[in-house]
Design a protein around this ligand. Structure first.
Ligand code: GN1
Ligand code: MG
Length: 365
């Protein structure tokens, strides 16, 4: 089945006129499909879920249904009190009535509505952008605060559980090819990891002690998944809903900040440009708290700093492990890309550590 044939199976009004890759996802394949009638146009996002990463794609769809029906109902109910129209993509079923289709090669496809007249950016623009991103992430958490995580599937077991990534890294560095790759990359990377081995369990230990509890999370609130309204400049939606599952709110808080507060971006080639910008962190946190303050507990707040430091470290570790294992998880354009990405996150993590006191002050405000 061709891409065009797949796109045409989804229930969008009109005839398919265009379908082409869009976005820069590291895991799934994403396309924009355009349909036209003699008097209108509809656009949809078409995605093939990466079956190597997500063992049960149908569970993603179950979570998505539960999330969006809850969120859309609440958004409607609250609409008249809001200063904007908050949005969240909706599933587009196939003409057959099913939510997804599987192609002849086993590829798992689904379609989502496009958030129109809005843009997501690969890198942060300014403090106003960071503030709006904060409102979007906070609004997402507010919306799902009354949705029981026990009802949702764990679509990606171990996701954001740093000790598990450490164990995988240990496996990769002990394998012959991984050991060779790690040696060639120099002694600083393994030393960096060793110095943070204890710290890696900080959030999981807090969860075991009952200080933090499972909620529903987005899982991937990086800056490029946050949509800013082109017409008003306000945050309007968060997209990329594949990792919505039970987890700690802290995974999202840390992930959003490690992404947003690095103005050089994840793919930076010049390491000296990579740093954690505390001003952007302050702006994001202000936006986030404007929506989320009411349901964060004092204990939640105590771990916010750790979450930022941890997720930067964890993502670096994930990139490094994937490089050692031969680039099987994250898509790459060249063999060294995951190694470069790891260095960027570790550099960012160091910058976070150096500014710990200033960051803690901003988070307490
Ligand atoms: C992956 O595929 P994408 O770009 O949405 C990854 C995230 C990482 C991100 C880093 C399922 O997200 O955890 O933070 O790359 N998603 C998965 O860019 O592993
Ligand atoms: Mg994602």
């Amino acid at each position: 089945m061709s891409l065009r044939e797949i796109a045409a199976r989804f229930d969008v009004p009109g005839r398919l006129v265009h379908v082409a890759p869009t976005g820069r996802g590291n895991v799934n394949d994403t396309y924009l499909a355009v349909f036209r009638t003699p008097f209108s146009e509809s656009r949809a996002i078409l995605q093939r879920i990466n079956g190597r990463v997500f063992p049960r794609p149908a569970w993603i769809m179950e979570n998505l249904r539960a999330l969006t029906s809850h969120a859309h109902r609440r958004l409607e109910r609250e609409a008249s009190r809001e200063d904007r129209v908050w949005q969240l993509p909706r599933l587009i079923p196939c003409k057959s009535g099913r939510d997804w289709l599987v192609d002849a090669r086993g590829g798992f496809w689904r379609a989502l509505t496009l958030i129109a007249s809005a843009t997501s950016y690969e890198r942060v623009k300014d403090a106003a952008h960071a503030f709006e991103a904060g409102t979007v992430v906070g609004q997402f958490h507010r919306l799902v605060a009354d949705l029981s995580p026990a009802r949702m599937r764990d679509t990606l077991p171990g996701f954001h559980q740093t000790p598990e990534y450490l164990a995988r890294y240990d496996g990769a560095r002990r394998a012959r090819a991984g050991a060779r790759r790690l040696r060639a990359a120099g002694p600083r990377l393994p030393a960096f990891v060793e110095a943070r081995r204890e710290f890696a369990a900080v959030l999981e230990r807090a969860r075991e002690r009952g200080e933090l509890s499972l909620r529903l999370i987005h899982g991937d609130p990086k800056v490029s998944n946050i949509m800013i309204d082109d017409l008003t400049g306000k945050g309007t939606a968060i997209v990329d809903l594949d990792t919505v599952k039970p987890g700690l709110t802290h995974y999202d808080f840390g992930d959003a900040l490690r992404s947003l507060c690095n103005p050089a971006g994840e793919e930076a080639r010049d390491l000296s440009a990579v740093r954690f910008d505390v001003g952007l962190c302050a702006a994001f946190t202000k936006g986030f708290m404007s929506r989320a303050r009411s349901f964060l507990t004092p204990s939640d707040r105590r771990y916010l700093y750790d979450s930022i430091r941890l997720i930067a470290f964890e993502l670096g570790l994930r990139f490094l492990e994937d490089y050692l294992a031969g680039n099987r998880y994250f898509k790459v354009q060249d063999d060294l890309q995951n190694l470069r990405r790891a260095r960027v996150q570790f550099k960012l993590c160091e910058s976070i550590e150096r500014q710990e006191q200033a960051i803690r002050r901003v988070l307490a405000a």
